[in-house]
Ligand binder design. Sequence first.
Ligand code: FES
Length: 163
Amino acid sequence: MKTKQDEKMNLLEEYMQEMKKQPYAESQLIGILHKAQELYGYLPEDVMEAIAYGMNIPAARIWGVASFYHYFNLEPVGKYTLSLCLGTACYVKGAGKILDRMREYLNVDVGQTTEDRLFTLQEARCLGACGLAPVLMVNDRIYGKLTPDSTIELLDKLKKDAK
Ligand code: FES
């Protein structure tokens, strides 16, 4: 019987086969790592090894690329990934204060996951929604025009919804 893990690996392998038809470029590797993160939620070590093997690229190179870009997660993430934008427009409109409140409320620092595995706190540089600054992305959804209070209300709501 096929497990979910097998299915994910099959999907990743299919994706790599497609990528292999094109001349190798770093952007393809980034695309593959994105696909892997979409499937697994982060980049487990054995998955990166499978990519190295499948694409015939040294594992150290994969690791180097994955750790260079901040949007790749090398550790398991929470149910909600909170990416707070600290780009100029958001920062000017108070993103720094929001970050302080989030850190305090969640009791984690940027890059960390709460003990209950509900939230992972991340920072981002311009999410392309400057008109809505300050902006927070929760998984794939954007929330804008936030204040420290409305952000905590949002986190409270997400917490309740997760129960
Ligand atoms: S600076 Fe935050 S969305 Fe552009």
